[in-house]
Design a protein around this ligand. Structure first.
Ligand SMILES: Cc1cc2nc3c(=O)[nH]c(=O)nc-3n(C[C@H](O)[C@H](O)[C@H](O)COP(=O)(O)OP(=O)(O)OC[C@H]3O[C@@H](n4cnc5c(N)ncnc54)[C@H](O)[C@@H]3O)c2cc1C
Length: 299
């Protein structure tokens, strides 16, 4: 990343909210459940499943965590009537992890119970390193009680291969992504190629252990490496799915679907779109650069 890109990324929080809103439209389905269901349905029509995320994180009042639980339950209850093929993705800090990890576990369990009654599934997402141990402990607990709960592991974390070794022996369901938070070198690999290498090693280990894997990436190199592994290890189509973010690389999405790979689109929605969009902007200097150009009239 060039010095200029770094400066642009550092400046992102100064971008006017209205302008961030314009960029957000590309990545966020809207503020309401109805808008999210409509986007999920349009993804289904393209041959992709969906996972819906109610935007929000770092909740410090139990009542706000309960609001998020209620929205997730209403969402799960709406899928059938809306005719949408989707599951849900939840963030532990939105469900109270930073208040009390037992409260968070109970909140996720409430969502998982409703999902189980409906034959649906809950993906517990992975946030920054301060959450990793607690999130994995909650996952292990819930996995023992429910069969319809999965976790996320981040390939940039040095510990990930060890975490894979500790997964439940049966029924493990893991989304593997590079990782989006800015972590120090003590805990995370930093080199672009290093993270790719670790991603492929983690994916191979997950397949070898018989886990169901959500291969979450838009990196063509990794999509290609995953296809090669699937082929070489004779991984059945029922044992994995590709996962991509709504608004990113529709071409790769269509390519994977046309080759018969199961694929799920991540569709976030809700009034708390601002933090999410800022994170996406920080992550992708190219997008941030477009915003800067629009803001300051740069050529
Ligand atoms: C379905 C899904 C769920 C995720 N869940 C989590 C999670 O729980 N925890 C977590 O830490 N991270 C999560 N992530 C984010 C992930 O960790 C990465 O930060 C992100 O996906 C970018 O990594 P990449 O593999 O796409 O590779 P990159 O090398 O970052 O991207 C490859 C190419 O994709 C394009 N691209 C990637 N991201 C964007 C973007 N935002 N906007 C525009 N273009 C883009 C660019 O052209 C880039 O060159 C998730 C990602 C996906 C797809």
């Amino acid at each position: 990343v060039s010095l200029f890109s770094r400066i642009v990324v550092a400046t992102v929080p100064l971008v006017p909210k209205a302008l961030v809103g314009r960029v957000a439209r590309r990545y966020v389905a809207g503020e309401t459940r109805e808008e999210a269901l409509a986007v999920a349905r349009s993804m289904n029509e393209l041959g992709a499943m969906a996972t819906l995320d109610v935007l929000g994180e770092e909740v410090h009042e139990p009542a706000r965590a309960t609001e998020a639980v209620d929205e997730y339950i209403a969402l799960l209850e709406s899928f059938e009537e809306a005719g949408v093929d989707a599951n849900v993705s939840v963030k532990p800090t939105q469900l109270g992890l930073k208040i009390d990890s037992d409260l968070c576990r109970e909140n996720i369990a409430r969502i998982a119970r409703v999902a189980k009654d409906r034959g649906n599934f809950v993906r517990v997402e992975m946030e920054d390193r301060s959450c990793t141990d607690d999130t994995l402990a909650i996952y292990r607990d819930l996995q023992a009680e429910f069969s319809n709960v999965g976790i996320v592991l981040q390939a940039y974390m040095r510990r990930t291969l060890d975490d894979i070794a500790e997964l439940p022996e049966t029924g493990a369901n893991v989304r593997l992504c590079k990782g989006i938070y800015v972590e120090p070198r003590e805990v995370a690999w930093k080199g672009f190629e290093t993270i790719r290498h670790h991603y492929v090693a983690a994916l191979e280990k997950l397949f070898a252990q018989g886990a169901y894997v959500g291969i979450a990436t838009h990196d063509e190199y990794l999509a290609c490496a995953a296809c090669t592994l699937i082929d070489r290890m004779k991984i059945d189509r029922s044992a994995y799915e590709f996962q991509m973010l709504f608004g990113v690389d529709a071409e790769l999405r269509d390519l994977l679907i046309s080759r018969g790979h199961p694929l799920r689109m991540y569709v976030p929605y809700g009034p708390d779109w601002y933090q999410y969009s800022i994170r996406r902007l920080r992550e992708n200097p190219t997008v941030a650069m477009h915003v800067m150009r629009a803001t300051f009239g740069m050529k």
